[in-house]
Design a protein around this ligand. Structure first.
Ligand code: ADP
Ligand code: MG
Length: 728
């Protein structure tokens, strides 16, 4: 069916091919893509930024006038630098660029002549008591704005700044938006929100809001437009979710009732510990869901180490007892392999069904990952297709690949809040006949209700708040990277732990094998240390004399990862230098210490996840957060907060303050999110209002016959359409 929606027309129908190609670097392909690419900033070019108000150490965007610009030869090395002095009318700062080639130097010198007003973006550093911007990005606003006759006119509107790329610069985007937006009429952009609702909440018309957000003359217009666009986003999304709820009521699943004699009962009888009260309760909820003839859609959230795996395993065994299979999806191959290993250990003879010495009610566990050798892969595929494997463990490829199951009854998604609405669609194809597998999504990143409502819409939520008894807990300490003797002390501390028979993780933010630009020797900004570099340094460090170390990162081949993890677990190599591949789920109870280098490079929940890898046994864990961030900067304070609290729920709130849901929920990686302005944590009221209206509209008119504009808007965010576009 061809799209008749004018907003879905390709950009090439209105823009020249060169512009179209450049906009494609931002993943903008249709008119709708472009008009939803909102400015990230508005700058009143009449006003310079007050330098006195800016915090040192933070990322800043400032409008300043260039007072002077001088080229100087570098003393200590080849090349030269451009030293710019820029002013806000009262104070000045130094802006420095380094060059090794003449061409770029000339170009920048020309762009930044005295009298130029520009927007500079970079980290505000300190150079001998004077604020300094090193190699900032910049955008020229104009020259001699104050005296120029044209300045008055230029300054009569707000300068918009778009999220841009090297190819698609902000001016190019602004120009394209103007070209596209000017001829659009209300027939092309009909109002998505019903008139009465718009009046009730004081919202603008759809087209008006788009014009105001892209081409405002006053900042107040922007705010009102954004309110409308935000409401629209919430409304379209909630309408989609309401439609899905209606559809879900007609979806079928095979009931998988619990039985008294079977593999689940055998497993529970052999459990070496008592389940926590939470595990029992949540287990009951899930067992009950599995008995229904509608697919379970449940999110299990629980603090790191709260014991989610057992809960999932009991559910999987219930399904196996009822004649079905379960798939366990992990975010990485390392984690999938670990799951397969630990499930086999936990089940013991129960995982050797059909084999000599296996238990009467046994089943088999198949591991299916991309890096398996062909023969092993073929045999795992066969086990899944024949039903011989009751549990199939793998990455998300399990759902997308042409993996077939004899009777898939349950899908468990581990450590993934990324399993959104879109991915759930892939499940539909995996059931037998019109029956859909039950779904259990597990995450250690607590998701506030509004976020869950926005992103998952119709998932039931269970929470494990308790940590099993007998855990010694974990302590976090900030270590300033600027104090070499402190850092040195860390390595000796690691050695002490290792000598006591324990394991240590050292986490870096980079691998260090790619062709990275060498750090500027004069630059104050230290490059984050890489896995490869640190491994080299530590090999020669006295604290590590005679110790075996291993490196782990995502670019190692699968078997190599397995080998490294085995050596680490066994203690042959008790120190593991790694990237965040160990972030989620890795369970090595003997690990007691984790050193996180350049901790400021990681997000809040990432750090919390990472340190959750230690202190999982009976020995207390220690997490050392090494950072060069100024303790008074925003980053430094955020790190202090992370060190001070170990409550995942509190940290999740902190996290959501600094990141957008798109990032937190990972949708940015797995496909484009339809949320541009809406923030589930901030816009609670908007979401609740939109949800009410959406429910009323959909209940009365599920096919949206009387609401074509809403139907079209839903269609535009439909992932299946996006997929269709990708294929054409
Ligand atoms: P997470 O929720 O982070 O995925 P896991 O499921 O990996 O946590 O559990 C962490 C560890 O706690 C595992 O070694 C598991 O065997 C153990 N565990 C789980 N439940 C209990 C319990 N009720 N009592 C004691 N140990 C438990
Ligand atoms: Mg886990």
């Amino acid at each position: 069916m061809p799209d008749t929606d004018p907003l879905l027309a390709p950009l090439k129908s209105v823009l020249d091919p060169a512009t179209v190609r450049k906009l494609a670097t931002l993943d903008l392909h249709t008119i709708d893509d472009l008009v939803r690419h909102y400015p990230r900033n508005y700058i009143d070019v009449r006003q310079l930024t007050d330098l006195a108000l800016l915090p040192l150490g933070d990322q800043v965007s400032v409008v300043l006038d260039v007072v002077s610009a001088q080229v100087r030869q570098n003393r200590s090395r080849a090349g030269s630098r451009l030293e710019v002095t820029a002013s806000d009318g009262h104070r000045t700062i130094a802006i420095v660029f380094f060059f090794t080639r003449r061409g770029p130097l000339r170009w920048h010198e020309d762009a930044l002549k005295p009298g130029t007003r520009a927007l500079f973006t970079g980290k505000l550093g300190d150079h001998g008591g004077r604020p300094q911007l090193l190699q900032p990005k910049y955008e020229v606003i104009g020259r001699d704005l104050i005296d120029d006759a044209a300045a008055e006119e230029r300054a009569s509107y707000l300068q918009v700044v778009y999220p841009a790329t090297g190819k698609a610069k902000t001016e190019l985007i602004a120009e394209a938006v103007k070209t596209v937006l000017d001829p659009l009429t209300t027939a092309d952009v009909p109002n998505v929100i019903p008139d009465a609702v718009r009046a009730e909440f004081g919202l603008q018309e759809s087209l008006e809001a788009l014009r105001n957000v892209h081409r405002p003359t006053e900042i107040e217009q922007v705010n009102a437009a954004k309110d409308t666009l935000r409401w629209e986003e919430a409304f379209v999304l909630q309408s989609t979710l309401a439609q899905r709820r209606v559809a879900a009521q007609s979806q079928r699943a095979t009931p998988r009732p619990a039985v008294e004699v079977g593999i689940r009962a055998d497993f529970e009888a052999a459990l070496p510990f008592e389940l926590t009260a939470g595990q029992v309760q949540v287990g009951g909820e899930i067992a009950h869901d599995l008995e229904k003839d509608h697919p379970m859609q449940r999110l299990l959230q629980g603090e790191v180490g709260s014991g989610k795996t057992i809960v999932a395993l009991r559910a999987m065994l219930q399904v196996i007892d009822a004649g079905g299979q379960a798939a366990l999806l992990a975010p990485t191959e390392v984690l999938a392999a670990q799951h397969a290993r630990s499930l086999r250990t936990m089940l013991g003879p129960l995982a050797e069904g059909g084999m000599l010495g296996g238990a009467a009610h046994g089943t088999q566990i198949a591991l299916l990952t991309g890096s398996l050798p062909t023969a092993a892969r073929r045999s795992a595929l066969l086990q899944a297709a024949s039903g011989e494997a009751g549990i199939v463990v793998g990455t998300h490829a399990l759902l997308s690949d042409n993996v077939t199951f004899a009777d898939l009854g349950l899908v468990v998604v581990d450590e993934q809040h990324r399993f959104g609405v879109e991915q759930r669609d892939a499940l539909r194809a995996k059931g037998v006949g019109d029956s859909i597998p039950h779904l259990l999504v597990m995450t250690a990143t607590p998701i506030p209700r509004t976020v869950a409502m926005t992103v998952f819409g119709d998932l039931e939520i269970s929470t494990l708040r308790e940590i099993p008894k007998g855990r010694a807990g974990i302590e976090s300490i900030l270590v300033p990277a600027s104090k070499p003797h402190w850092v040195d002390r860390i390595w000796h501390r690691v050695r002490e732990e290792v000598d006591a028979g324990r394991r240590a993780y050292i986490v870096c933010s980079r691998i260090g094998d790619d062709e990275e630009t060498a750090p500027e020797p004069d630059s104050e900004e230290r490059e984050p240390v890489s896995v490869i570099d640190l491994a080299e340094q530590l090999r020669d460090h006295p604290a590590f004399a005679g110790l075996e170390m291993e490196m782990l990162h995502g670019r190692l081949p699968g078997e190599e990862k397995d080998r490294v993890m085995e050596r680490f677990v066994s203690g042959e190599a008790p120190v593991l230098i790694s990237t965040t591949v160990i972030e989620v789920g890795v369970d090595v109870p003997a690990a007691t210490v984790m050193v996180i280098m350049d901790a400021d490079r990681f997000g809040v929940s990432q750090l919390h996840q990472l340190r959750g890898r230690v202190g999982r046994g009976s020995q207390p864990g220690l997490c050392l957060l090494v950072t060069s961030a100024d303790p008074d900067s925003e980053t430094g304070q955020r790190l202090a907060q992370i060190a001070a609290t170990h409550d995942g729920f509190e940290l999740a709130q902190l996290d959501l303050q600094v990141r957008r849901e798109g990032d937190v929920l990972g949708t940015a990686q797995s496909g484009r999110t339809s949320l541009r302005l809406l923030r589930a944590t901030m816009d609670v009221e908007t979401i609740a209002q939109a949800r009410n209206v959406a429910n009323t509209v959909i209940e009365a008119d599920p096919e949206l016959r009387a609401h074509p504009a809403l139907a079209a808007a839903i269609h535009r965010i439909d992932p299946e359409r996006a997929e269709f576009l990708d294929r054409t």
